[in-house]
Ligand binder design. Structure first.
Ligand SMILES: Cc1ncc(COP(=O)(O)O)c(C=O)c1O
Length: 369
């Protein structure tokens, strides 16, 4: 029997170049003769999870495993509602916020539609659009590496369904202040859905940074995404959420797979959101110190750097980013190459514990002095 795949595959799937995740740490360590590997590539918070969440995870019984999770993460949504304010019906929980990106595209877009976002941002908006047969319109960042509100507005037409604003932006750490966000939302004037992806919300300490959940009642076309993968250090459990008006949340939930968030993930995320310990302030202090260390190392080497909000920093490298990635890997550090983010010959480094970053900076200096 011959399989006529060509007749079955839509053009946009045939043309799509899929993301290839890096091999498991154990493989990288074996290939590079390492006895440890510092992961600076995914903006993980290696300080966590918080002691309360650790305790909860340690106590999870295998007996819960035969039972399906809550299909709609009700207890977690209740906790989010009690801490953040909006009614629990306005939250939707996903298998990471990546799943929610997919759900929002499925809910609103059909062939011929487009989405608008930036060219140098979290690539999943663009990828989901592409493999769904939807046109991604990618607007260049401005000279200061910020999302360009006027450029994005100019790209909106009557087939634009979604605008993704990564705030703060991954990888540049730039953000729109509340006035810019409001001006943009006023100009969009409800013509399409605006997603504010606040994956790094908990890391931003600037007073003019907007908490978009507080803007939801004024802008019914606004959808806010957040995740437990970054500050809360639950990346392995895959849990993120969105908050929007009740009607918009209901529409997105129709295109969202129920039961996609497992029970330990729901339990841990609930404990994390209710946790009132010093875990977040301690992480913020670690990240502040990380920014100083990277800035100091780059300045002493004469390397351009972009360090904004979020737990990451970008460094311009004098050699190809893939070559530097390989050299650093041999020394036990995994960093993110930035060519895929359209920043050729830059790397992105997660801001982790001080001793690890000190060692990283020492290796960088050794490689380039
Ligand atoms: C801006 C941004 N949004 C969303 C995500 C995805 O997060 P999650 O782990 O919740 O899928 C990431 C992860 O790197 C991110 O940087």
């Amino acid at each position: 029997m011959s399989l006529k795949l060509d007749n079955l595959i839509p053009e946009h799937i045939r043309l799509f170049d899929p993301y290839r995740p890096s091999p498991p740490d154990s493989v990288l360590m074996r290939l590079n003769g390492l006895d440890h590997l510092h992961r600076l590539n995914n903006n993980e918070n290696t300080l966590g999870p918080s002691p309360a969440v650790r305790e909860l995870l340690d106590g999870i019984e295998a007996g819960i495993v035969p039972i399906y999770p809550h299909g709609d993460s009700q207890d977690l949504r209740e906790a989010l509602s009690s801490v953040l304010g909006p009614d629990r019906s306005r939250f939707l929980v996903g298998n990471g916020s990546c799943e929610l990106i997919s759900s929002v595209v499925k809910a609103f877009c059909e062939p011929g539609d487009n989405i608008v976002t930036a060219d140098k941002t979290f690539a999943v908006y663009e990828w989901v659009a592409e493999f769904s047969g939807i046109e991604p319109r990618l607007i260049p960042l401005d000279r200061d590496f910020r999302f360009d509100p006027d450029g994005m507005l100019a790209a909106v037409d009557d087939r634009t369904k979604l605008i993704f604003v990564c705030n703060p932006n991954n990888p540049t750490g730039t953000y729109w202040d509340e006035a810019t966000m409001r001006r943009f939302l006023d100009a969009v004037d409800g013509r399409c859905i605006v997603v504010a992806d606040e994956a790094y919300f908990e890391y931003v300490e600037q007073p003019d940074y907007p908490d978009c959940i507080r803007l939801l009642d004024e802008y019914p076309n606004l959808v806010v995404f957040r995740t437990f993968s970054k500050m809360y250090a639950l990346a392995a459990l895959r849990v993120g959420y969105l908050c929007a008006g009740e009607e918009v949340t209901d529409i997105i939930s129709r295109a969202h797979v129920a039961y996609s968030v497992n029970t330990p993930a729901q339990m841990a995320a609930r404990a994390a959101v209710l946790d009132r310990s010093q875990f977040i302030p301690e992480t913020l202090a670690m990240v502040r110190r990380g920014r100083e260390l990277i800035r100091e190392a780059c300045d002493s080497l004469g390397f351009e750097h972009v360090i904004g909000e979020g737990n990451y920093a970008m460094i311009r490298t004098p050699i190809s980013d893939t070559l530097l990635q390989r050299k650093l890997l041999r020394r036990g550090f995994l960093v993110r190459t930035m060519t895929g983010f359209r920043f050729p010959d830059w790397i992105r480094v997660s801001l982790v514990r001080e001793p690890v970053l000190e060692e990283f900076c020492a290796v960088l200096k050794e490689l380039f002095r």
